[in-house]
Design a protein around this ligand. Structure first.
Ligand SMILES: Cc1cc2nc3c(=O)[nH]c(=O)nc-3n(C[C@H](O)[C@H](O)[C@H](O)COP(=O)(O)OP(=O)(O)OC[C@H]3O[C@@H](n4cnc5c(N)ncnc54)[C@H](O)[C@@H]3O)c2cc1C
Ligand code: SF4
Ligand code: SF4
Length: 932
């Protein structure tokens, strides 16, 4: 992959990048041979989640995560595992769980970081107090050396050339032992520089030298890891403090109770979390009052009684330290116990999202990583944090603190605008002063994230010249020609060299007209720039399980097909680095597999809404090229549907005659492998509900109206059974109202805007009178709450959005539905837009009103259909792959007589096309359950 978009996705500067996605170790060997011959550097890469610039370089980038991701062996007796370098940590832990084991290094990026990247960065997590860091848990590494030879790095003396390397390294370790002793900080969290302190003593393990080497010494091809027993149930004592200093001072005392973690969250992070829908409920559940900081003290003692005893000791200790919830001022504080595993899980998710939560601020200045993981001894923590806060204040900025209080390694990022020279100078000044402070406390300038570009140049300040010379000697001995990720750890560039920045000195975005309103964000193109730049590249969208984001990546594992890849490509497009910009073929190709599922808008911790951004790409292309025949068929469906339904029998014959199936594929771009939705010869009509003074307006979307009108009719019966008056939303022209979803799907934004305006106008009198508008099809009704605000910004759209509900969100408020029991278990698949709008609870609550109902929400991710996406010949395979990831296995696992419920028209089609099941809308099920 050498095209500008691929290079852009794997780079954050404008270097000469190339990309290799190896399928085997042989492919890596071949790439390294070419690199040697051509004298081009090699950059191994896992999830690309490093924070210090480790994976930024000029050269051949080799992405292990796509194919080199097998768990090779698990030995439950020896408690060891062997893995490919590209295995994602969560995937390994899923494989280990049935054995009662886990890999106990737990960085926040567990959902997407790879074991190779973790080893190369010497990663660590919140439980390092108990389990140590990568170096403590890697037993052996098989690696390719820059000269093309292979070796297994472990405790053995080896043979041949490798034995010579071992001998040389051991003698270097012995020679430097005294200097290492004098200069290396005596804290657990020292990950800066090479681990030359592992090279002396009786139990030298050469793998530990490779750990933390950041791709600069050798290419890891296999890792052997130590495992631990799963800790069992745990409890968290949430210690509240009214002052930040109090929390910092308390940490040294709290660790005496031997918790497995003590994690800090400060008041700024609590406030930011409260603003994010994803975390609001969690914070309300575990934070009491307005603390200046909380420490999450975690115990896993093996039994509920032992855990409870520890919580008792914790409460006593906090009392001894002088804290009580009844007190005022600095003495206010105490412990809130969290026993419920679901809440513990939610807190862990929130804590893990710490950086992203901070990055969710929309201003041009953002919290910047460069002094974010220094570590000091616990007795110095309060003085160190105060000192650093003073440094920030002197430079006119401030930071938010969180993370690993247990080991004195706190994350903090001052807010700076990296597009401005002044702020870059401030960054440098803060770094210099902060590292002086760390040195003063004999701490470590890199306690978790490693060196990369940001920290390497400071090694001499922290370790002294002699140690840095030893680091250089190590590098030269392994890699004399500088093939492997040069400029990291040794011979590093200046950390403030703007040419290496994501926003380099030439970075700029010109003004251009956008189709939607982006004024909530800063920057050019009416704020579109700010919205695109919200992506901080942390890779949360690369998670492979849980939630929905990002279905296309889960199917392809291609960086192009993930929210991050798309955001990076957009950044390149708007800043003139991709010819043709937003409307270019490159951009269209990058968006091709985006299902507009909206999962990112909710699950991306900084709220990157790629479905909305995709509309800009589609709109630009629509403007430039006009609609294709397939586009017309999709986009203008609501316009021709009334006529088409008159020929329902003829159109429906397409599904039965294979020649016509093939013909429709060629002519109109509908895959012959798919059945099309069946036209109803008796479509729903607006006059089917015209109650005077309605309590509610029903929006009849085009899909239910023409393909499954029985759903709308069922909804009417249910609404009326609740004693409510209902009318169908209409504008009196005889032309059905249309939400514009199909028009947005082809980029016909102006037409979609007209439809939105028609709906806003038609419903205005009712909305003004407080009459809500409801709908059955999630992809339609949520456009009222979402896209309408970008299409027609203003008070009318906002008023409608506020009074728009799904059928279930509305009906759940009426408890008196006369329902009879249903015996069969009910399995619910949520539409992505329902999940993105946090609207699944009302669906479940409403179904649970059915007497004896046994309702299960299936963990089904995205169904993969997404309107026209699943029907197009070029996307049908991905659509089916996505369905087969979670939905189809969940359906197959449901009991034979189960009722399957799915509100999305697309979801119901995907279910009938990929399984023996048939799904129905909630309204139909409620209608069946109505008494009388
Ligand atoms: C929001 C956020 C939270 C984070 N939280 C933590 C945390 O809690 N703890 C923590 O320790 N880190 C954390 N990190 C940093 C980062 O996630 C970890 O260092 C992670 O382990 C990197 O894994 P990766 O697969 O993304 O590696 P990459 O970033 O892809 O690569 C990391 C380094 O490994 C090298 N490398 C990759 N594969 C190989 C190989 N096969 N052979 C040799 N070298 C290789 C690369 O060249 C690079 O130098 C966080 C980062 C973010 C963005
Ligand atoms: S899109 Fe969101 S989740 Fe993905 S890398 Fe960017 S900020 Fe993170
Ligand atoms: S809308 Fe869905 S498919 Fe598209 S980037 Fe977001 S999560 Fe991925």
């Amino acid at each position: 992959m050498t095209d500008p978009a691929s290079r852009g996705r794997y780079a954050t500067d404008a270097s000469i990048y190339q990309m290799v996605v190896p399928r085997s170790v042989q492919d890596i060997e071949a790439a390294m041979e070419i690199a040697r011959d051509e004298d081009v550097p090699i950059l191994p890469r896992g999830g690309g989640t490093s924070q210090c610039g480790q994976t930024v370089n000029s050269g051949i980038v080799i992405d292990n995560s796509r194919h080199l991701n097998r768990v090779l062996d698990i030995d439950p007796n020896a408690m060891t595992a062997k893995v490919d370098p590209g295995v994602v940590l969560d995937e390994l832990n899923r494989a280990l769980k049935p054995h009662g084991l886990w890999f106990p290094v737990d960085p926040s990026t567990a959902s997407r970081c790879t074991l190779g990247g973790m080893a190369a960065n010497n990663s660590s997590g919140g439980k390092s107090l108990r389990y140590g860091i990568m170096r403590d848990n890697v037993r052996a590494i098989s690696a390719l050396l820059p000269d093309g030879s292979k070796a297994r790095f472990d405790t053995s003396a080896g043979s041949g050339a490798y034995a010579d390397l071992v001998t040389d390294m051991r003698s270097l370790g012995q020679r430097e032992a005294a200097e290492i002793n004098a200069r290396f900080p005596n804290v657990q969290r020292r990950v800066g520089g090479y681990n030359i302190d592992a090279l002396s003593g009786d139990d030298v393990n050469m793998a530990h030298l490779l750990v933390g080497s950041e791709g600069t010494l050798a290419y890891f091809t296999e890792l052997e890891l130590s495992l631990a027993k799963l800790p069992g149930e745990k409890v968290i004592g949430v210690c509240h403090f009214s002052t930040f200093d109090g929390a910092m001072d308390a940490a040294q005392h709290l660790v005496t109770l031997h918790p497995q973690a003590v994690e800090l969250i400060d008041d700024t992070m609590i406030a930011l979390g409260r603003d994010l829908p994803l975390f609001r409920a969690t914070i309300e559940a575990f934070v009491q009052g307005e603390p200046a900081a909380v420490l999450l003290v975690e115990f896993a003692e093996g039994s509920a009684a032992a855990n409870a005893a520890k919580l008792g000791e914790l409460a006593e200790l906090m009392g001894d330290l002088g804290y009580s919830f009844g007190a005022q001022g600095a003495a206010w504080g105490g412990v809130l116990p969290v026993i419920d595993p679901a809440l513990q899980g939610a807190i862990a998710e929130y804590r893990k999202a710490g950086l992203n939560i901070m990055m969710s601020m929309k201003e041009a200045g953002k919290p910047v990583s460069f002094v974010e993981d220094c570590a000091v001894a616990l007795p110095d923590l309060a003085a160190y944090t105060q000192g650093l806060t003073d440094i920030f204040a002197r430079h006119g900025t401030k930071g938010t603190w969180y993370a690993h209080a247990s080991v004195g390694c706190l994350h903090v990022r001052p807010v700076l605008n990296m597009r401005q020279d002044n702020d870059v100078k401030t960054m440098r000044a803060i770094a210099e002063e902060a590292f002086d402070l760390v040195k003063h406390y004999k701490g470590s300038h890199s306690g978790e994230h490693g060196d990369g570009i940001v920290r390497s140049e400071f090694h001499e300040k922290m370790f002294g010249r002699r140690i840095v010379s030893a680091f250089e000697e190590v590098k030269t001995r392994f890699d004399p020609s500088g093939l492997m990720n040069p400029g990291k750890i040794v011979h590093a560039p200046a950390m403030d060299d703007r040419r290496l920045f994501r926003y380099g000195p030439d970075y700029g975005v010109s003004e251009f007209e956008t189709a939607l309103d982006w004024s909530a964000w800063p920057g050019a193109a009416g704020g579109f720039q700010g919205a695109v730049e919200m992506c901080n590249n942390n890779g949360a969208c690369r998670k492979l399980k849980g939630g929905v984001m990002c279905p296309s990546f889960r199917a392809t594992r291609n960086e192009r097909d993930v929210t991050r890849g798309r955001a990076n490509t957009l950044r390149f497009a708007i800043s003139g680095q991709i010819p043709g910009g937003v409307g270019s073929d490159e951009m269209a190709e990058t968006m091709k597999y985006c299902l507009s599922c909206k999962a990112c808008s909710r699950e991306c911790p900084t709220g990157v809404d790629m479905a909305r951004m995709k509309i800009e790409v589609l709109a630009a292309r629509y403007k430039a090229h006009g609609p294709s025949l397939a586009d017309r068929l999709v986009g203008f469906l609501p316009r021709y549907a009334p006529m088409a339904s008159k020929f329902a029998w003829l159109l429906n014959s397409r599904n039965k005659i294979s020649v016509i199936r093939k013909w429709t594929e060629k002519l109109v771009g509908v895959s012959h492998r798919r059945d099309l939705p069946v036209w109803s010869s008796d479509p729903f009509r607006d006059n089917e509900a015209m109650d005077a003074n309605p309590d509610v307006l029903l929006f009849a979307d085009v899909f239910n109206r023409h393909f499954e009108p029985e759903n709308l009719r069922a909804a009417l019966r249910v609404i009326r059974a609740a004693g409510l008056r209902v009318a169908v939303a209409q504008d009196g022209t005889g032309k059905a109202l249309d939400c514009g979803r199909t028009l947005l799907a082809i980029g016909a934004v102006d037409e979609a805007r007209k439809e939105a305006e028609r709906i806003i106008k038609a419903t205005k009198t009712f909305v003004t009178a407080g009459v809500p508008v409801i709908g059955l099809e999630p992809s339609s009704i949520y456009t009222f709450r979402d896209e309408f605000l970008g299409l027609c910004p203003g008070p009318d759209a906002q008023a409608l959005a506020k009074l728009t509900y799904s059928f279930e969100e509305y009906m759940v408020n009426f408890p008196k539905l006369p329902l009879r029991p249903l015996k069969q278990p009910i399995y619910v698949h949520g539409h992505c837009h329902q999940k993105a709008h946090g609207a699944m609870s009302p669906v479940l609550d409403l179904l649970q009103r059915i007497p004896e109902a046994d309702v299960t929400l299936i963990d089904s991710g995205c169904c993969g259909m997404a309107g026209a996406f699943g029907y197009a010949p070029e996307t049908v395979d991905i659509s089916l792959e996505i369905a087969n990831l979670d939905l189809v296995p969940a359906l197959n696992a449901a009991p034979p007589g189960a009722i399957i419920v799915a509100d999305g028209t697309s979801c119901r089609h995907q279910i009938s096309g990929t399984s023996a099941r048939r799904a129905i809308h909630v309204a139909r099920l409620l209608e069946q359950a109505l008494r009388g």
